[in-house]
Write a protein that binds this ligand. Sequence first.
Ligand code: AMP
Ligand code: ZN
Length: 471
Amino acid sequence: MYLYNSLSHKKELFVPNNPEIVKMYTCGPTVYHYAHIGNLRTYIMEDVLEKALRYSGYNVKRVMNITDVGHLASDADTGEDKMVKGAKRENKSVMEIAQYYTDAFFADCEKLNIKKPDVIEPATNCIDEYIHMVETLLANGKAYFVGGNVYFDTSTLDKYYVFNDHDEEDLATGVREGVEEDTNKKNKNDFVLWFTKSKFEDQALKWDSPWGVGYPGWHIECSCISMKHLGEDLDIHAGGIDNAFPHHTNEIAQSESYLGHKWCNYWFHVHHLNTDTGKMSKSKGEFLTVSLLEKKGYDPMAYRLFCLQSHYRRNLVFSWENLDNAAVAYEKLIAKIATLKNDGEIETEAFNKLKARFEGALNGDLNTSVAVTAVYDVLKAKCNDATKLALLADFDQVLSLNLLSAAENLRKKQAEEEAANADPEIDALVAARTAAKKAKNFAEADRIRDELKAMGVEIIDTPQGTKWRKV
Ligand code: AMP
Ligand code: ZN
């Protein structure tokens, strides 16, 4: 599989350190509020990545953190902890908020067919690991303690901005704009590993440490949780593009300084879902959640299809009109699949040819829009329905659009509707009309049609036979 690696700025053949198991880490949610559908775009694409790796034969161990401490309102180590803000907003404790929104997050994931990672670790579970890493960084001269906080010293690195081709000065000013400088920092990009003194003294969760009672910075959790479960060599690390700087940049800085060697080989970044007025955020305008989509009558699968129709390295613009288009496309797709019948043996040659098209799309930097096109190619193909059904089941291991189960549900619903509307008198007239048509007695067929019309019954001729409905 070829994937774009943000670290090398090019597409590379994905080769894990150990072919037996791919070690994958993905940044999890900050559980101070519901996830918006932009966050969930990132999780959908990471889910597709994991499933595509499994589909191509790898075993994958995937780890995700839950940020329940240390993510401050600004990514640049200033402001109040987002969790504390959430707790105040709802008059609850931080742990109550964390539990509630963690559950809500996984409920949303389930609705979108996002598989649960193999390991899910809340940041508050790993305090000993953070303390150990910070102690090591201090001992190695990579960190310093000043004004009550421990900072990572970015001047000890050969290269700090690993992801960006930007001019270093530009990037630094851009990111720091409007953010009050922390005068304790030796270099403007230094970041906090452990806080004991923040401007906000009401931090709810604190732990004892060699530097006093305090709490970890945001970045250290991902380095330590990854190493705890996946060891010192990581194959692939994923997250939203906004995490590339400063979060992932800082993860690499501290991890490699701690380990003394390269940490992660491939970095996979999902670009943003934007609204027509800009980046989607939890504090701006209408807060778009999966529940809101459902309330408005959308099947979450329509949103998953909407995401799959575009490439993960392009910004995607959300509008109701765009979602409507995806919803209509999904409905039509399922209706078409519902007409397929399991009609015999799978035709191997056709199966392999169509599967190769799908694999080619995934292997070309996870091109999900082409992979979705491969679904339509199957429906248009000249092979039998059994082959089509087998291919759709195969593709859905990655796409997870409920292609077959939704079609089965639709068939059941249609059968129930037919049964509920059953009327032997009308059925007999419809059958008589069909017989008349077959006998080329069109005058009689038309007479029966008119008789039915007078009874308020409309006849619909379909490839599956004649249906009727009351109008
Ligand atoms: P958070 O809960 O804020 O830590 O974010 C969870 C994930 O969503 C991170 O991987 C972010 O990079 C990602 N993310 C945030 N905003 C967006 C967006 N508008 N579109 C796609 N992904 C996003
Ligand atoms: Zn992270």
